[in-house]
Design a protein around this ligand. Structure first.
Ligand code: ADP
Ligand code: MG
Length: 243
C-alpha cells in the first residue's frame, strides 16, 4: 500500500543565529485542506520557520518536501517563486497603485477573461466585488485583509503560509474574519500553516496545533486534546489567557 505523501513536510529544520538555534529540530506535516497552527509566545521561532518554508531564509540543517518532492535542503534549493506557496502577513500590504481587481490578479497566468473570472469569483467570496475597480485606500483594514487573503489564494497555491494575519485588526472584527478566512481556505483546499501567539486563534482555526517554545515543538495534536491536557505548567499558563 502506498501512502499519499503530505502536501507539506518539514524534517528536522534547524536555524541558528550567532551559533544559537532559534529553530531547533522542527518537524511537521500538513495535508491539503488542513489548517495546522504553529502556536507559541513571541520570539519562539515561528516566523523563522515560515520564512524557511517560503524560501526567503535558508535552514542550517533539515529538509522541506512538497507532495513528497524535496524542495530544499542545505545544498539544493527551489527558489521561492517556484514553490507554489501563498503568503499572508499582518503587514503584507496591497499594492496601493493597483486596483483591488489588479491586486488579486497580480500573480495569475492565463487570458484576460480567465483572470477576470477568477478575480470575480474570489472577490464574490469575500463580498467585495463592488470594489473591483477601486483602489485599496478605499477599503477598511478588515476589507484589505480579505483582499490580501484572496490575492494570495488566486494562483491556487499548494501551501498557504499565514503569519499573525489578523493581529492588526480590531478585536470586534477578528472573529468574523477568522471564520470567513477559514471557510475560504477550506474551499480552496490548500495546506495551511498559520502562525499565531494567540491560543484563542489557534483553538478557533486549527485542525492541529503544534505548540512551540524556545525553537522546539513541545506538544502537537488536536486543539481540544492540547487544551484539555497541556503537557506542563508552562503550557497551562500559556492557555490560561483564553477567556
Ligand atoms: P516569533 O515569530 O516566534 O516571534 P522569530 O522567528 O521572529 O520568532 O524569532 C526567533 C528568534 O530569532 C528571536 O529571538 C529573534 O530575535 C531571532 N532572530 C530572528 N531573525 C534573526 C536574524 N536575522 N538575526 C538574528 N536573530 C534573529
Ligand atoms: Mg513572528
Amino acid at each position: 500500500m502506498s501512502a499519499i505523501p503530505p502536501r507539506l513536510e518539514i524534517r528536522n529544520l534547524i536555524r541558528r543565529f550567532d551559533g544559537q538555534p532559534v529553530v531547533n529540530d522542527v518537524s511537521l506535516k500538513v495535508s491539503p485542506g488542513q489548517v495546522t497552527c504553529l502556536l507559541g509566545p513571541s520570539g519562539c521561532g515561528k516566523s523563522t520557520t515560515l520564512r524557511m518554508i517560503a524560501g526567503v531564509e535558508m535552514q542550517d540543517e533539515g529538509e522541506i518536501y512538497v507532495d513528497g518532492n524535496l524542495i530544499c535542503d542545505t545544498v539544493f534549493r527551489v527558489p521561492p517563486e517556484r514553490r507554489h506557496i501563498g503568503l499572508m502577513f499582518q503587514d503584507f500590504a496591497l499594492f496601493p497603485h493597483l486596483t483591488v481587481g489588479d491586486n488579486v490578479a497580480f500573480g495569475l497566468a492565463g487570458s484576460k477573461e480567465q483572470k477576470r473570472a477568477r478575480v470575480e469569483e474570489l472577490l464574490d467570496k469575500v463580498g467585495l466585488t463592488r470594489f473591483i475597480d477601486g483602489y485599496p485606500y478605499l477599503l477598511s483594514g478588515g476589507e484589505q485583509q480579505r483582499v490580501a487573503l484572496v490575492r494570495a489564494l488566486a494562483p491556487r497555491p499548494k501551501i498557504m503560509l499565514m503569519d499573525e494575519p489578523f493581529s492588526g485588526l480590531d478585536n470586534r472584527l477578528r472573529d468574523d474574519i477568522r471564520d470567513q478566512t477559514l471557510e475560504i481556505l477550506k474551499q480552496e483546499d490548500a495546506a495551511v500553516l498559520l502562525v499565531t501567539h494567540e491560543p484563542e486563534e489557534a483553538m478557533r482555526m486549527a485542525d492541529e496545533i503544534a505548540l512551540m517554545r524556545d525553537g522546539r515543538i513541545v506538544q502537537q495534536g488536536a486543539p481540544y486534546n492540547i487544551y484539555n491536557a497541556p503537557r506542563d505548567k508552562q503550557a497551562v499558563a500559556f492557555f490560561s489567557d483564553i477567556n
